[in-house]
Ligand binder design. Structure first.
Ligand code: 13P
Length: 253
């Protein structure tokens, strides 16, 4: 089954509202054609998400958030819920980015809860998994990644409609310029797909998209996208400029 490619911009904690508007005004006309064939996602900070979603509404570009809390409302000071994201027009959300796991102590269990809640709320979760340099050097890459993926899958029902997206983001490759080799990306992502097949069945494994993330740039994307199990990219630094993000979107077609 042919999976629709996805190229997603994770702005992280960058861009004021005015900068987000300028970016979207330049991006939208330039990805109009590509968005027929590629899911183009822009994952913005909460403060400019409403503007990003409003501008994306008349296009095929998907507006997403970078995090949320898996309760609908209540005494959770500082948090934002799935209904709130939907209220401002978001269609997707990043879950369990390594920066949230490391800096904000998000556990595999919380990430799994968030993933299930996002799906139930009608948001497309992009669930991040990946190992540290120390874990890779110790030969523990698959222990780490498979544990993260398994905990999420065990929480979910049928996913043969492609209800979620995984992003394999080795932590040593994030923001370092040290991109994974196409073979390493394929190895981890191919194994994640087989794990999905083992737990959820072949149809689910064929439907769920798995992205690579970590130092993606216009000059390394083609070799990574050429790998059979890689369905696209989750991009930090190179997504902040319209020109380089457009080049990545075009490479995903
Ligand atoms: O963390 C990432 C995307 O979520 C990757 O960041 P960089 O593309 O800046 O390495």
């Amino acid at each position: 089954m042919a999976r629709r490619p996805m190229m997603a911009a994770n702005w992280k904690m960058n861009k004021l509202v005015r900068e987000a508007e300028e970016y979207m005004a330049r991006l939208l006309p330039r990805v109009e054609d590509s968005a027929e064939e590629v899911d183009v996602g822009v994952f913005a900070p909460f403060t400019c998400l409403k503007e990003v979603a409003r501008m994306a509404e008349t296009s095929r570009v998907i507006a997403g958030a970078q995090n949320f809390y898996p309760e609908d409302s209540g005494a959770y000071t500082g948090e934002v819920s799935a209904p709130m994201l939907k209220d401002v027009g978001a269609e997707a959300v990043i879950v369990g980015h390594s920066e949230r796991r490391e800096l904000f102590c998000e556990t595999d269990g919380l990430v799994a809860r968030k993933t299930a809640r996002a799906i139930d709320s009608g948001l497309l979760p992009v669930v991040c998994v990946g190992e540290t340099k120390e874990e890779r050097d110790a030969g523990e890459m698959w222990d780490k990644v498979s544990g993260q993926v398994r905990e999420v899958l065990e929480r979910l029902g049928d996913i043969s409609g492609g209800e979620l997206v995984f992003a394999y983001e080795p932590i040593w490759a994030i923001g370092t310029g040290d991109v994974a080799s196409p073979e390493d990306a394929q190895d981890a992502i191919g194994r994640i797909r087989e794990l999905i097949a083992g737990i959820k069945g072949r149809e689910a494994a064929d439907a769920v998209r798995i992205l690579y993330g970590g130092s993606i740039k216009p000059d390394n994307i083609e070799d990574i996208m050429a790998q059979p199990d890689v369905d696209g990219g989750l991009v930090g630094g190179a997504s902040l400029e319209v020109d380089s993000f457009v080049a990545l979107v075009e490479a995903a077609r």
